[in-house]
Write a new protein. Structure first.
Length: 163
């Protein structure tokens, strides 16, 4: 990232590929899973637990975990197998789960959400991209034709000079 100075302090510029990746990632979000159906393996999910649990993490225990984000490894009628990416306790920040595997009883799950493409966000992204592209193409076209962005055609004089 490059840093330049502006009237509001340092301004960070993000490279176009990184900005594009962030915008495309913004087209996705978590949506509630269909009731009564188990997610397919390799589906990214967010599990909100019905009751907080304590999870041992090596030399310490993470208390009152209420949310687990990860990827489904197996799902049957009674348990949900999960490779966890993030653990979120009731209070504090999220913790890296170090890809630990958990088998969560379905009865202990308060809410199950799946990572899906958002139609509304995608339409907004595509629309904004189209507008920006149109503005840039228009500006380039004007430069190629020799016009300047502020050029206005001067109307012919309509005043008759006295004799």
């Amino acid at each position: 990232m490059h840093t330049s100075s502006g009237s509001f302090g340092p301004i960070r510029r993000v490279s176009p590929p990184i900005a594009a990746a962030l915008m495309v990632a913004g087209c996705f979000h978590y949506v509630p899973a269909a009731a009564g159906s188990a997610p397919r393996p390799e589906t990214e999910v967010r599990v909100t637990l019905a009751q907080p649990i304590d999870i041992p993490m090596g030399e310490f225990t993470l208390n009152d975990v209420t949310l687990i984000e990860g990827v489904v490894t197996a799902a049957d009628g009674d348990t949900l197998g999960l490779v966890a990416k993030w653990l979120r306790p009731q209070v504090g920040r999220r913790w890296d789960a170090l890809f630990a595997t958990y088998n969560i009883p379905v009865a202990d799950i308060g809410q199950l959400e799946q990572w899906r493409l958002s139609g509304k966000r995608t339409v907004l992204f595509v629309g904004a991209s189209a507008v920006v592209t149109a503005v840039v193409v228009n500006a380039v076209w004007r430069v190629v034709r020799g016009d300047r962005p502020g050029d206005v055609d001067v109307p012919p004089a309509s005043v008759v000079a006295p004799r």
